[in-house]
Design a protein around this ligand. Structure first.
Ligand code: ADP
Length: 257
């Protein structure tokens, strides 16, 4: 618990620092990309245009990186609602399959008995997208991806930090490279990445980890070198009373025509 606290304090301080710097960088980058666009309009020389294009691409990559950093630093307040995991996965299946790429065969396996959970669905979708992109990166020559939703059975070992109770598990499994014990030990650390500059920020799993803990759950990673990885989000069952409240408000919210 002490290590978790230290980690969360470290994240908090890092978040503040990163947030401040990222904001300033964002403004500077907007000025750089704006200037490139203006110069581009006045130049005919194809050689110089190519050089300009290189610069523009680098600035675009930096903008993308800053966007990630800001999302990480903001630690937005969650807007949780009650959802059935099966329903949520059905809604995002297309998006996730697309992200996995044509090389990867994708399956969604949902147990309709999975408990409803109380989560910020948008953030959960972003988290799943992060996991799927990591899985795709771990399978450059293709492979299979399975996204599952189920109940955590009472017989299974519950992540030690979670109190006794009912949980649902949403997991993403791949048949990719797997992680070495060294990588596994550091995978959720902010800024830890084994990817080349421009491809990885090392913030994906740190964000997913933070989100799951903020939602009252836990993240587990099982990985074997050369065999693959399963990352599970263990989320507490939505309180029955909350579920009823949500159903009541859902009745009132009639979509406008
Ligand atoms: P990034 O993807 O930007 O590197 P992450 O925090 O998402 O940052 O992941 C950190 C590291 O964990 C990755 O660089 C990779 O080494 C490892 N990793 C994450 N997901 C997987 C996976 N599904 N298979 C193998 N390695 C993974």
């Amino acid at each position: 618990a002490q290590a978790a606290l230290a980690q969360s304090q470290k994240l908090e301080a890092l978040g503040q620092l990163v947030g401040g710097v990222a904001h300033d960088f964002n403004n500077l980058l907007a000025a750089i990309t704006g200037s490139y666009a203006l110069i581009g309009r006045r130049i005919q020389d194809p050689e110089i245009l190519t050089i300009l294009e290189h610069g523009r691409k680098a600035a675009d990559r930096a903008t993308e990186l800053i966007r990630h950093l800001l999302a990480f630093a903001r630690r937005e307040e969650l807007k949780p609602k009650v959802v059935e995991p099966a329903r949520l996965l059905a809604d995002v299946a297309d998006l996730l399959f697309h992200a996995a790429g044509a090389q990867v065969s994708c399956t969604i396996d949902t147990d309709p008995e999975a408990w409803p959970v109380l989560v910020d669905t948008h953030r959960l979708e972003v988290a799943l997208l992060n996991l799927v992109v990591n899985a795709r990166d771990a399978m450059p020559d293709g492979g299979s991806l399975v996204i599952r939703a189920r109940r955590l059975s009472r017989r299974e070992t519950r992540p030690s930090q979670l109190p006794e109770g009912d949980y649902s598990v949403i997991s993403v499994s791949d048949t990719g490279s797997g992680m070495s014990p060294e990588v596994l030990a550091r995978a959720v650390e902010p800024f830890f990445t084994t990817k080349v500059i421009g491809k990885g920020t090392g913030l994906g799993l740190a964000m997913v980890h933070g989100f799951v803990e903020q939602s009252g759950g836990a993240l587990t990673i099982e990985s074997r070198m050369g065999e693959g990885t399963t990352i599970s989000l263990v989320l507490p069952r939505a309180d029955a009373a909350v579920a009823v409240e949500d159903r009541a408000s859902a009745l009132v919210r009639v979509p406008a025509q």
